[in-house]
Design a protein around this ligand. Structure first.
Ligand code: GSH
Length: 207
């Protein structure tokens, strides 16, 4: 089995779903945190000038969502059909759209502007994202009579629901009360035996 070395900043953002899947799968990997001060020297050695990237044996790969998909497929977390894969990737891209908004908010340096951006996140962007997730889960659960987001078994989609709502849980947890299926799926992932240790020990990252 090729060794995996995952390089990312010490934040969740575009690498955490991959970390969660690797822990869930009990896959040995090096979780390398690139400090922000080391980044300028590290950047030229990355495949696309950005993080995350993954060393897999003697090959290197960039793009966070592609990396997450790869490790999820390896862990049999990619549904049971091509249609399930489409549903998972649709959710992945919804999450990526949200990450763009979160990074844009987090990286504002002017405090007044940052406060305006945050207000918009909590009044507009997060409710929209949560409603979209709730609808997808509701439709799937009605069709499959399961407790999952896609199909009738645990998949990357459930990990995305959990991780994609972590910032809301940290900053404005009561907002989640309006989205019971999102909460239930998140709780299900948080309770997975293989994740308990990692979740208990990881730092509280703000993004
Ligand atoms: N589409 C890329 C975007 C990667 C990206 O923008 N990464 C950010 C961190 S989340 C980064 O490397 N920023 C530092 C820089 O671009 O110099 C992906 O999903 O991996």
């Amino acid at each position: 089995m090729a060794t995996i070395k995952l390089h990312y900043f010490p934040v969740r953002c575009r690498a955490e779903v991959t970390r969660l899947v690797l822990h869930y799968a009990k896959r040995d990997f090096v979780d390398h945190h690139v400090t922000f001060s080391d980044w300028p020297a590290f950047k030229p050695g990355t495949p696309f000038g950005s993080l995350p990237y993954m060393e897999l044996g003697d090959e290197v790969f960039g793009q966070g969502q592609a990396i997450a998909s790869y490790v999820a497929r390896e862990a049999d977390l990619y549904g049971s059909s091509n249609l399930d894969a489409l549903k998972i990737e649709q959710l992945q891209q919804l999450r990526e759209d949200l990450i763009v908004e979160e990074v844009n908010t987090w990286s504002q340096t002017d405090e007044a502007k940052k406060a305006r951006f945050k207000k918009r996140m909590h009044e507009d962007v997060y409710p929209k994202f949560l409603a979209q997730c709730e609808k997808l889960i509701k439709e799937n659960q009605a069709k499959t009579e399961s407790k999952y987001t896609v199909g009738d078994k645990l998949s990357l989609a459930d990990f995305i629901i959990f991780e994609g709502t972590e910032n809301v849980r940290q900053q404005n947890a009561s907002l989640l009360d309006g989205y019971p299926r999102v909460k239930a799926v998140s709780a299900l992932v948080a309770a997975l035996d293989n994740l308990k240790d990692y979740l208990a020990k990881r730092p509280v990252w703000v993004i």
